[in-house]
Write a protein that binds this ligand. Structure first.
Ligand code: SAH
Ligand code: SF4
Ligand code: F3S
Length: 479
């Protein structure tokens, strides 16, 4: 499915247009890598390690696609000749982990003359990070950002021809390069970017600064990609964007997310549609109606609430109140009664009082989420919240975090159990990690079920009876 152009002549002029230019560089890199492999008498290997969200995971598939095309072979990180970290900076601890791992790579690079280290992703969009890397991590080979990931092959060639650290970071872009190679992690399901960037500027969040302004892909390009994926064995797609509910607004011919979903629903061979993330402020009645009528959209909605306190929501610049959020949840549950709702919650936002926190506990009790990601507020330099007064002491946050987690988990295990005894369709994803005579499948509502079966079932949709709920997952039997 990768559209490599077999007729590239490296003695021709380098194309200006994308993606042709990158296919030229892929060919060129291929030559270098073949030569190197012959010299050392073995293939060169790579490993892309991903930090952060599904958007980053999808970007990593693009990097892997290019590297495989060039002639690298995939290997585990501890032996790979080319190690790439696709980084995240949404919370401080994501950054700390990257620096820690870079420290461990340094001695390996000294020993292996063919070793290269590449860094990309959201962290690289922060000028302070790149300064620090230049100063204290001079052994890195290639640094690039989120906007020019499509240029990976070109950057590799530049590095191979120059023998110095290559840094290429763009502040923003309006360019979307289509039709480059990518190598999926699963043959039966795939993430698909439908838009890039974010315009919301929630006051705690660094994403709009590192991912740039919102840009939607043309619906035809999305549909073409999905059709190709289906021809290649995919049955489930996850449509990706920081705020999918505002999809299409900036296109020359505007289209809503609900309309896009209806077009995607028509594609033959596609069985399941998921999407993330939805911002509550932009979730339309039209979308709720489409979800209610759809046969393919999965019965799961991730709807980050962040806080239950209207006062804090306002300081977070989320642009909805606690009441509006609860009304939305009611509407969705009316239209799709068996939908599973999940969320993200931040604890310890500047100025959060015990009363505000009680409001968060209250909304958790009212909505009864199937699961919730809970985060301790992390101060991100450059965001409005970083300079707000009243940053909350660590011990207070930790205490609130523990109480919230307890509440979330108790409710989640109760909610999960309601499907016990029913029969549901699952998509088999893998052999079970704990027992090789079992496989693991995913329900429409995103919960996992383990049942007796073997590898051939992977990628198939199968009816499974849910015999026993184990808190956050099920044991079942194939019908
Ligand atoms: N676009 C998505 C979220 C992307 S970031 C949305 O709006 O829902 C994923 C989650 O990380 C957010 O929902 C939020 O809960 C959390 N997060 C973002 N910035 C954070 C910060 N500074 N500290 C702690 N958690 C944060
Ligand atoms: Fe961050 Fe808000 Fe954009 Fe989500 S919607 S990425 S939380 S700014
Ligand atoms: Fe992290 Fe970037 Fe995603 S900051 S959460 S990897 S968009």
């Amino acid at each position: 499915m990768n559209m490599t152009n077999q007729n590239i002549n490296l003695s021709n002029e380098i194309p200006d247009k994308e993606p042709e230019r990158q296919y030229y560089y892929i060919e060129k890199a291929k030559e270098y890598i073949q030569k190197k492999s012959q010299e050392i008498g073995r293939p060169l290997t790579f490993c892309v390690t991903t930090f952060g969200c599904q958007m980053n995971a999808r970007d990593s598939e693009k990097l892997r696609g290019i590297l495989l095309e060039i002639g690298y072979i995939e290997a585990s990180e501890d032996i790979a000749d080319f190690v790439i970290y696709n980084t995240c900076t949404v919370r401080e601890n994501a950054n700390t982990r990257v620096y820690g791992r870079l420290g461990q790579l340094k001695p390996r690079k000294k020993k292996n003359p063919n070793m290269m280290i590449g860094l990309c992703g959201c962290m690289m969009q922060e000028p302070e990070v790149v300064e620090k890397l230049k100063k204290s991590y001079g052994f890195i080979d290639i640094i690039f950002g989120t906007h020019n990931i499509f240029k990976f092959a070109e950057l590799i060639v530049t590095r191979l021809e120059s023998q110095r650290m290559i840094i290429d970071i763009w502040k923003d872009t309006d360019q979307i390069v289509e039709d480059l190679p990518n190598e999926r992690k699963y043959f039966f399901k795939s993430g698909i970017n439908i838009m890039f960037g974010c315009n919301n500027f929630c006051s705690y969040c660094i994403v709009p600064y590192v991912r740039g302004r919102e840009r939607s892909r043309e619906p035809q390009a999305i549909i073409r990609e999905i059709e190709r994926l289906i021809a290649d064995g995919v049955v489930e797609v996850m449509l990706l964007g920081q705020n999918v509910n505002s999809y299409g607004k900036n296109l020359e011919q505007p289209i809503t997310f609900a309309q896009l979903l209806q077009e995607i629903e028509k594609i033959d061979g596609l069985e399941r549609i998921r999407f993330m993330t939805s911002h509550p402020k932009d979730l339309s009645d039209e979308l709720i109606e489409v979800m209610g009528n759809s046969k393919k959209i999965c019965k799961h909605l991730h709807l980050p609430v962040q806080s239950g306190s209207t006062r804090i929501l306002q300081k977070m610049n989320r642009r909805y109140t606690k009441e509006q959020y609860l009304e939305l949840v009611d509407k969705i549950r009316k239209a799709v009664p068996d939908i599973s709702l999940t969320t993200d919650i931040i604890v310890g936002f500047p100025g959060e009082t015990e009363e505000d926190f009680q409001e968060t506990l209250d909304i958790v009790r009212k909505v009864r989420y199937d699961s919730a990601f809970t985060f301790i507020y992390s101060k991100r330099t450059g965001t409005p919240a970083a300079v707000m007064e009243d940053q909350i002491p660590e011990d207070v946050i930790k205490d609130r975090f523990d109480r919230l987690l307890n509440e979330v988990q108790t409710i989640a295990s109760e909610v999960c159990a309601v499907h016990e005894g029913t029969t549901q369709q699952v998509l088999v994803e893998s052999v079970s990690e704990h027992d090789s005579s079992m496989v693991t499948g995913r329900l429409s509502n995103n919960l996992l079920v383990h049942f007796a079966g073997s590898e051939e079932l992977i990628g198939q949709l199968i009816d499974v009876h849910l015999t026993e709920c184990k808190g956050f997952y099920y044991l079942g039997e194939k019908i």
